[in-house]
Write a protein that binds this ligand. Structure first.
Ligand SMILES: [Zn+2]
Length: 103
């Protein structure tokens, strides 16, 4: 009810996560209790909501790819011009090189 700023409840630790004073859609917010757990703020139907963001390291470089929670397996990401396919196993996402390296 109040306009005290929206509170994001971390789905992992169930602790409230403070949002920036002027939270804008597109901003990234990290849970201070869960290392590496990040949320991206989104606007949906005029209200601010959020989605969990998974940070997936690219197997071919040190780059970290952001994957929104709920992204389907098989989605193709490009990193450094190389296509990688998204896989999901045991609760976490990973990237696998789409094509085998040339012999
Ligand atoms: Zn948390």
């Amino acid at each position: 009810m109040a306009d005290e700023g929206e509170i994001l409840i971390c789905p992992d630790c169930a602790e409230p996560v403070p949002l920036p004073p002027v939270a804008q859609p597109g901003e990234l917010v990290e849970c201070p209790n869960c290392a590496g757990l990040t949320f991206r703020l989104l606007e949906r139907g005029g209200t601010l909501t959020w989605m969990r963001v998974h940070r997936v390291s690219c197997p071919g470089s040190d780059a970290v790819v952001e994957v929104l929670d709920g992204t389907r397996e098989g989605t193709v990401y490009h990193c450094g011009g190389t296509p990688y396919i998204l896989t999901y196993a045991f609760g976490s996402y990973a990237l696998e090189r789409l094509a085998p390296p040339p012999q």
